[in-house]
Unconditional design. Structure first.
Length: 242
């Protein structure tokens, strides 16, 4: 048994808060009867209608994908480029990526059909840690790394404190590998942070999302998250916020 508003949110009809509003406004029916109370729980056998339209209830599914480079983090693309959904040709449920990695960035990406779960993980207030490894032109100094750690100024404001570590350098080629751990998810944030201190990113990979990593996976591989991992992610979001 699950709360009615949670089931509506899972079905992708509305956020949980909006679902609660629809219930209290009398726009939701369970087995043909209008329900206005928020505490109501329903089972998989109950027929639910929102504004007279029956909702399609899907079993929630959660995937971890090792996104290769030159793949779009989307369900469709108007330029006919490869999208992450193409790695799941068997999946009939309407899955979508949680957040995004840009076209040229590889690494860990989560996909689900659970709208409420996605909203929790993407909400700015939850700040789940994301670890990236970047190959950059030039060799950042300790002072440069400190700037990244303190936060750099982007168009939309200063970035939150981060962790930065020089992993290796190649003096001959004039390049280095830097690990950067951030909590936010601004558009192209890591690339723009390096640009802000004068370094261009050649290659970028997200290696970790919270406690999840890419161990055992090659680009294009995926696996389902375990129920325990899904629960841990929910808990992580809440504890990071509190």
């Amino acid at each position: 048994m699950e709360r009615l508003q949670k089931v509506i949110a899972h079905a992708g009809i509305a956020s949980r808060r909006k679902a609660e509003q629809l219930i209290t406004e009398g726009k939701v029916k369970v087995n043909g009867k209008i329900v206005k109370e928020l505490g109501v729980k329903v089972s998989t056998n109950d027929k639910i209608e929102v504004e007279e339209i029956p909702i399609q209830r899907e079993v929630p599914v959660y995937y971890l994908l090792y996104k290769p480079r030159e793949v779009i983090s989307a369900v469709t693309d108007d330029k006919n480029r490869k999208v992450v959904i193409e790695f799941f040709p068997f999946e009939k449920r309407r899955i979508f990526p949680i957040g995004r990695l840009d076209y040229h960035t590889s690494g860990l990406l989560l996909l689900t059909n659970d709208g409420e779960f996605a909203n929790v993980l993407m909400h700015p207030k939850y700040n789940i840690e994301k670890e990236y490894v970047a190959k950059v032109n030039g060799i950042p100094t300790r002072e440069d790394l400190r700037k990244l750690e303190k936060g750099v100024q982007l168009e939309e404001g200063k970035t939150a404190p981060a962790k930065a570590k020089l992993l290796s350098l190649d003096k001959k080629k004039g390049t280095s590998i830097v690990q950067l751990t951030i909590h936010e998810g601004k558009n192209r944030q890591v690339r723009r942070m390096f640009e802000a201190i004068g370094y261009k990113v050649q290659k970028l990979k997200r290696e970790r999302y919270g406690f999840l990593d890419l161990r055992g996976l090659n680009p294009g591989d995926y696996r389902e998250l375990t129920p325990h991992e899904v629960k841990q992610l929910r808990n992580l979001a809440v504890t990071q916020h509190s």
